[in-house]
Design a protein around this ligand. Structure first.
Ligand SMILES: [Zn+2]
Ligand SMILES: [Zn+2]
Ligand SMILES: [Zn+2]
Length: 359
């Protein structure tokens, strides 16, 4: 760990999407931190005015699905009151010169993760988390099957105001769109190209490297050791079927990805037993983040192979995963203008701090 305290200043290329890069600059002065102090979570169990609390079901649009049942719901899916996309029937695309427009057709739903208002993922039970991801899977399947104009169903979660959550009560969102979102497209596109060249899935290669790779990198001029990569250095948590990894290059300083150990492109093929293991890996990862950064505000996104025809050939090249992105800083003008995100903590340091936590 002492070695990681040296000042690092380097640009790292995202191995999955090589057009994305991150500047790792560990000098403290590079950027003021958003929350040096831990923000305590709101732990109240019930709030009279909260539309997502149990007993306030009439404050939301009618239930689409509930688990395990409507009376004793633990998870509820409802339409979003302020959808970003709607039920527009006119689906023709407009094109004016360089300006292309696709109608904002789609579905936007809210999934209330838990009836307890102040509940957080790290404190939810493993069976509950398993049910949550089962609910995502079922709803994605239903949306894809109901309408073949929908090209992608994105499941994500905003937690905390810094991550864009407008309601404090724990919830996730499901947005089905007539286009494949850019971030997913970039991963699908670049991993397909990698597969074309190497006949191997880039995500599997990254997992293999994280679990088996060791190296020493020397400075070209001085011959000094620049960085040591140890086996398991980027592994935060490992279950029977899943692994949580701190990416070597990522937009957010505390970003962690959870991937299936055995290659699978489509989240919807996940089995119940696998989801149980996934739930445990997610819970433990969130517990680690909570202990290290405290009061963590974050987004998570589920990335899976799009169901539509054009991506049927990505079965071997794409690998589904969950990206957890804690929001500990506000992007600066340099970052927004350049697209080059700055990480003031080295990913190696972040990984060792997360994996050192005793659970
Ligand atoms: Zn509530
Ligand atoms: Zn793979
Ligand atoms: Zn991804």
């Amino acid at each position: 760990m002492t070695e990681d305290l040296r000042i690092i200043r380097e640009i790292r290329i995202n191995p999955v999407v090589p057009t994305e890069s991150v500047l790792v600059a560990t000098e403290r002065s590079v950027r003021p931190r958003m929350n040096e102090e831990r923000i305590p979570h709101d732990e109240r169990e019930w709030i009279e005015t909260c539309p997502f609390c149990r007993g306030n079901e009439d404050k939301t649009p009618p239930t689409i699905r509930s688990y395990p049942d409507e009376q004793n719901w633990e998870i509820r899916i409802v339409p979003n009151l302020y959808p970003v996309l709607g039920d527009d029937t006119d689906e023709k695309s407009l094109s004016l010169g360089l300006q292309q427009v696709i109608d904002g057709y789609g579905r936007h739903e809210v999934l209330i993760d838990h009836p307890n208002h102040g509940m957080t993922i790290d404190r939810m039970s493993v069976p509950h988390l398993q049910m949550l991801f089962q609910a995502y899977r079922n709803r994605m399947d239903e949306l894809y099957s109901a309408d073949d104009r929908l090209k992608y169903v994105l499941v994500f979660k905003n937690f905390g105001s810094a991550a864009g959550a407008s309601i404090a009560h724990t919830h996730s969102q499901i947005v089905a769109t007539p286009v494949v979102p850019e971030n997913v497209y970039n991963e699908v596109f670049h991993s397909r190209a990698y597969y074309g060249k190497h006949h191997h899935c880039v995500f599997c290669t990254l997992i293999d490297e994280a679990l088996t790779y060791e190296a020493t990198i020397y400075d070209r001029q001085s011959g000094e050791v620049r960085r040591k990569i140890n086996v398991g250095q980027y592994v935060i948590e490992r279950g029977k079927h899943f692994v949580a990894i701190k990416p070597f290059a990522s937009r957010f300083e505390w970003e962690v990805h959870i991937l299936p150990l055995v290659h699978k492109s489509d989240f919807m093929q996940v089995t119940g037993a696998e989801l149980e293991d996934f739930a445990l890996v997610l819970k433990r990862t969130m517990q680690r983040l909570e202990q290290v950064i405290g009061g963590v505000q974050y987004n998570y996104f589920l990335h899976t192979r799009p169901r539509c025809e054009e991506y049927m050939d990505c079965e071997s090249s794409y690998h589904w995963h969950l990206e957890i992105c804690p929001r500990t800083s506000i992007p600066t003008g340099f970052e927004l203008g350049s697209g080059l995100f700055v990480s003031t903590i080295s990913p190696e340091d972040a990984a060792s701090r997360l994996s050192e936590v005793q659970l």
